[in-house]
Write a protein that binds this ligand. Structure first.
Ligand code: ZN
Length: 250
C-alpha cells in the first residue's frame, strides 16, 4: 500500500454502488488518476463536494492492489459560480472533457493543468465572454498537444501571409494562401470541405493569442476569435467524440 497527497481536479465522475463515486482526477505531476471516493454521496459526508466536477484540492490517495481510494481531501476551489450560468457551466464541462481526452496516467502535464485552471478561473470569476475564452483555450491546447496551427506561412507554398483572403486547411493544420487554395480546388484535390475561409482579423487574433503565451492570452481582445474553426480543428485531431460537445451552444 502507498499513501500519497496529490493536487488534482475532478474531470469526470460516475456514481458507483449506493454511496460511492468513481472520479477521474487530473494531477499536474501524475496525469490521470482514477479513484474511488467512498460514502461521498451520503448527505453528511465530509467528502460531499470532493467528488463534484471542477473540485480542485489536495487529494490524499491510498493505493493498494491496483485500486486507488480517496481517503481525505482538502478542497481549495469548487468553481461553484459556474453552476449559476448554464452556458458557462457547459463550456466548463467541455474544457474538462477535452482535457480528459488526452491525459494519461503517470504523465507530468504542468502546462496543460495551468491552462485548464487559468481558463476555468476566468470562466467562473470574470465576466469575459465564454466563446473567446474557449477559443483561446483550444488554440493553446493544440500547441500543448503538438499540433499548433501554422499561421505565418502558407502551408502549401511557404510564402509569408500578408494579404487575404486566407483559408485554414484543417487537414494540414495551418493557413493556405488564396492562390494555393484555388489551385487545389481546380485540380480536384480531395479535402475541399476542410479548407475553410479565414478572415484576416481571425488570423491576427490567433497569432496574437498564441504569441502572448499560455497565460497572457486571456487578455487578448476577443472580437475575432474563430471558435467554430478551432472546435472543428481540435475535435478532428482528437478523433473521438468529446463528452458534452453536443450541449455547447453554437
Ligand atoms: Zn500558398
Amino acid at each position: 500500500m502507498i499513501q500519497t497527497e496529490n493536487t488534482a481536479i475532478v474531470l469526470r465522475h460516475v456514481d458507483y454502488r449506493d454511496n460511492d463515486r468513481m472520479v477521474t482526477l487530473f494531477s499536474p505531476s501524475r496525469g490521470r488518476i482514477d479513484a474511488v471516493i467512498r460514502n461521498c454521496r451520503k448527505p453528511r459526508s465530509h467528502n460531499l463536494n470532493a467528488g463534484e466536477l471542477f473540485a480542485l484540492g489536495d487529494y490524499m490517495l491510498y493505493e493498494s492492489g491496483g485500486r486507488t481510494t480517496v481517503t481525505s481531501v482538502r478542497l481549495t476551489e469548487t468553481f461553484y459560480t459556474l453552476r449559476e450560468n448554464y452556458e458557462r457551466l457547459t463550456c466548463g464541462t467541455y474544457l474538462l472533457s477535452v482535457t480528459e481526452a488526452v491525459v494519461e496516467p503517470e504523465q507530468e502535464r504542468q502546462e496543460l493543468f495551468m491552462l485548464l485552471l487559468h481558463t476555468l478561473s476566468r470562466l467562473a470569476f470574470s465576466d469575459q465572454p465564454w466563446r473567446p475564452l474557449l477559443a483561446g483555450f483550444l488554440l493553446h491546447f493544440a500547441a500543448a498537444e503538438g499540433f499548433k496551427p501554422r499561421l505565418n506561412h502558407c502551408v502549401a507554398c511557404g510564402r509569408s501571409l500578408e494579404e487575404g483572403p486566407f483559408f485554414f486547411d484543417l487537414e494540414e493544420g495551418g493557413v493556405l494562401c488564396a492562390a494555393c487554395r484555388e489551385a487545389k480546388r481546380q485540380s480536384g484535390e480531395p479535402g475541399e470541405k476542410d479548407r475553410v475561409s479565414l478572415a484576416p482579423q481571425q488570423l491576427r487574433w490567433m497569432r496574437e493569442a498564441l504569441g502572448r503565451g499560455s497565460a497572457a492570452w486571456l487578455d487578448t481582445p476577443e472580437s475575432y476569435a474563430p471558435l467554430p474553426l478551432l472546435r472543428r480543428y481540435v475535435e478532428g485531431r482528437l478523433g473521438r467524440r468529446i463528452r458534452s460537445a453536443a450541449l455547447l451552444p453554437e
